[in-house]
Design a protein around this ligand. Structure first.
Ligand code: PA5
Length: 447
């Protein structure tokens, strides 16, 4: 594989205190090593991988025998699959596609669910329900509706059209798998949603789309294996690009850079920005710390949010994703008016590079600390490498800034309040709080 590179040239390194986070390398290496040994970082050690790859091989014929996959999941249980779909299965959004089709239902939208149930051919559809906890209401509520639809159409064969990806022992979905003999794959212990793309969570849809998922895993493993190795120490860690990225980010946060742009100049990889945004935000937004991820895609967002990046508040840094090896594209025709003569003799693919360079330089000139992640290729292996790098960088950043990057306590309140609103048992305090919130005198205006 052509090498992927981090280009620090425009990272404003001279303005940042990188020594303070770097000084934590020894301590963080020891903690990482210990957690690897305790099985707490499976995204990195990937001990589950040989048996998963074996299971996937055994399931390939079954899964790929369907024309439609309807994936029910939300957050980390859906975003990795969508990023892979947009990057490596773009044909589904292009004219003339004749299948297979992957549909990702990651919301509670009545229009969308009804459309799926009205239009999907039941006999040719596999429903994959993805939930680590097995009890997420957005996912499970869709499961109830889809199961009813399947039961009506297929009677007692409904369970043959389902596949669950969930915890091996716990949760409602696991109980359902046991009760109804539904095929299932496990999400390994300690592998939270946003770190789970390289488990069955992301690899089942990847396999369905015909992606080279083994290369995706290899790409991740090549950046993560030295971190999982028993000889990890402070010196080795301090040379690892994931740790360097973490030090850069921690130093930026310390300097008031509280927004982090993820600017993809690989158009089909735009959804990696959304995947990264969830990884970064849910992992690091704690105790008033972190930086707000801002996913953007070139060239589209040059005509949208880029003005704010360039000349808005000076609180933004940028991860800038490029790939010089993108296809050259079609040659422009000869009959191009004088006004546009500068593209004569060029190919369409040159635009994205020129625009990327222009934006990168403009951001740097405007004082935005920017690190370029330059991919050698835009294939599965490179994508795995990028995802592995970013997951490890997120963990290290969290540890450097002193928060736990694998929980998400603040989002629980909204979930409890929604359940209280729907009348779930218990939750008396939330019910009381809701009543006072709703009782407040309204201050409203018509528009
Ligand atoms: O990253 C996370 O941990 C979350 O975004 C979860 O993926 C999300 O809340 C869905 O959880 P579950 O997989 O338990 O349904």
């Amino acid at each position: 594989m052509a090498a992927n590179r981090i280009d620090w040239t425009n990272g404003s390194l001279e303005k940042l205190d990188l020594e303070t986070p770097r000084a934590k390398a020894e301590e963080i290496a020891a903690k990482f090593k210990k957690e690897i040994e305790q099985g707490k970082l499976p995204f990195c050690s990937m001990g589950y991988m040989p048996s998963l790859l074996h299971d996937l091989e055994g399931m390939e014929q079954f899964v790929r025998g369907f024309e439609h996959m309807l994936l029910l999941g939300i957050g980390g249980s859906a975003l990795g699959a969508r990023a892979l779909q947009k990057a490596f299965f773009p044909q589904q959004d292009q004219p003339g596609h004749e299948g297979p089709w992957l549909w990702i239902a990651d919301n509670v939208c009545p229009h969308t669910v009804e459309a799926y149930l009205e239009k999907l051919p039941v006999e040719k559809t596999l429903v994959v329900v993805v939930s680590k906890s097995g009890g997420t209401i957005e996912t499970i509520s869709q499961y109830f509706l889809v199961r009813q639809w399947m039961r009506k159409k297929l009677d007692d064969r409904w369970n043959d059209h389902f596949l669950f990806v969930t915890d091996s022992d716990n949760g409602f979905l696991r109980e359902q798998a046991n009760e109804h003999t539904v095929r299932s794959l496990e999400v390994p212990d300690n592998l939270g949603g946003r770190y789970s793309v390289l488990s069955a969570v992301g690899l089942i849809p990847a396999m369905f789309m015909g992606m080279d998922y083994a290369s995706l895993v290899e790409g991740a493993s090549s950046v993560l294996s030295s971190l999982a190795a028993p000889d990890l120490n402070g010196e080795k860690l301090s040379r690892h690009p994931a740790f360097e990225l973490a030090c850069w980010n921690a130093a930026l946060m310390d300097n008031g850079y509280n927004e982090l742009i993820f600017f993809s100049y690989i158009p089909q990889w735009a959804w990696f920005g959304q995947w990264f945004a969830q990884l970064w935000a849910e992992s690091l937004g704690k105790q008033g710390k972190g930086s707000q991820p801002l996913p953007a895609v070139g060239a589209t967002d040059q005509h949208s949010v880029n003005q704010m990046f360039l000349d808005g508040p000076r609180n933004k840094a940028c991860l800038f994703l490029t790939c010089p090896a993108l296809p050259e594209g079609m040659a422009f025709p000869d009959d191009i008016p004088e006004k546009f003569a500068y593209i004569k003799g060029k190919r369409f693919g040159e635009l994205i590079h020129a625009e990327g360079l222009g934006t990168r330089m403009a951001l740097s000139k405007n004082g935005v600390p920017l690190v370029e992640l330059r991919m050698g290729e835009d294939n599965e292996e490179a994508a795995g490498n990028l995802m592995g790098l970013l997951m490890a960088a997120t963990i290290f950043t969290g540890w450097i800034i002193g928060i736990n990057p694998v929980d998400q306590p603040a989002v629980e309140l909204g979930k409890r309040l929604a359940k209280a609103r729907l009348g779930a048992d218990g939750l008396e305090e939330e019910k009381g709080d809701l009543a006072s919130f709703l009782k407040a005198e309204r201050n409203e205006q018509e528009f």
